[in-house]
Design a protein around this ligand. Structure first.
Ligand SMILES: NC(=O)c1ccc[n+]([C@@H]2O[C@H](COP(=O)([O-])OP(=O)(O)OC[C@H]3O[C@@H](n4cnc5c(N)ncnc54)[C@H](OP(=O)(O)O)[C@@H]3O)[C@@H](O)[C@H]2O)c1
Length: 190
């Protein structure tokens, strides 16, 4: 069965975004988890999908135009924008009715995620946000959790495990120190 791999960037206190819904401690959003070779689908929550679609459509359409931060997209961001344009995306939502991207479909519930894992294909990258990741871990559907932990206690913000209901042991598979005090952690979820 293809694996569902959750990967997110958190503060030390496991916030995935500040109070305004943005993780302003992340300098540039790109796929920094080493997943691109092993995945052929992305899954994300209805909460984050509209912003995600806007952000990456802008880079797909105008890779040479400065971002709202005033900086030009980095090569890794342009690479992800191109990869995302040709990769199937699935949005878990009970309310969204359509997506702009033709390669995007909407899943209505956890059973549809379980069915997606049964289909033939490469692994699936679970991009977030917090509630979808916590809910799918609780449902026993996430096989691996990859975190990049930033050297920061964020305080107020969106907590990755705010809605988690079940205790669950993890198997530490890999730890890697990155630049600027960040740490990459890979956990297996049994
Ligand atoms: N730091 C990082 O790496 C990272 C990565 C991604 C996102 N984020 C941040 O995460 C935040 C978004 O997280 P979030 O928790 O607000 O939203 P989310 O997890 O993206 O989406 C939550 C929504 O997913 C749908 N959903 C959840 N469980 C479902 C189920 N079982 N069946 C059907 N639909 C289901 C519901 O949408 P409906 O109401 O439509 O049913 C729910 O409102 C943003 O601030 C974003 O910036 C951070």
């Amino acid at each position: 069965m293809r694996k569902l791999i959750a990967a997110m960037k958190t503060s030390v206190d496991a916030k995935v975004a500040g109070p305004g819904g943005v993780a302003d401690w992340v300098e540039a959003w790109s796929e920094d988890y080493g997943l691109m070779q092993q995945i052929d689908a992305c899954l994300l929550g209805g909460g984050m999908y509209p912003g995600y679609e806007r952000r990456w459509t802008a880079i797909q359409d105008e890779p040479d135009k400065p971002l709202p931060t005033g900086k030009l997209p980095m090569p890794a961001q342009v690479e992800w924008a191109r990869f995302a344009a040709k990769t199937r995306h699935y949005v878990l939502s009970s309310t969204l009715t359509s997506a702009l991207w033709p390669q995007t479909s909407i899943l209505r519930g956890i059973d549809e995620v379980a069915a997606l894992k049964q289909q033939p294909g490469k692994d699936i990258y679970l991009m977030g946000g917090a509630r979808v990741t916590a809910g799918l871990i609780d449902a026993g559907l996430v096989d691996e959790l990859r975190l990049i932990v930033y050297p920061l206690i964020a305080g107020e913000g969106i907590a990755l495990f705010e809605t988690t209901e079940r205790r669950r042991g993890l198997e530490l598979r890999k730890v890697h120190q990155l630049q600027d005090g960040r740490v990459s952690l890979i956990y297996g979820i049994g």
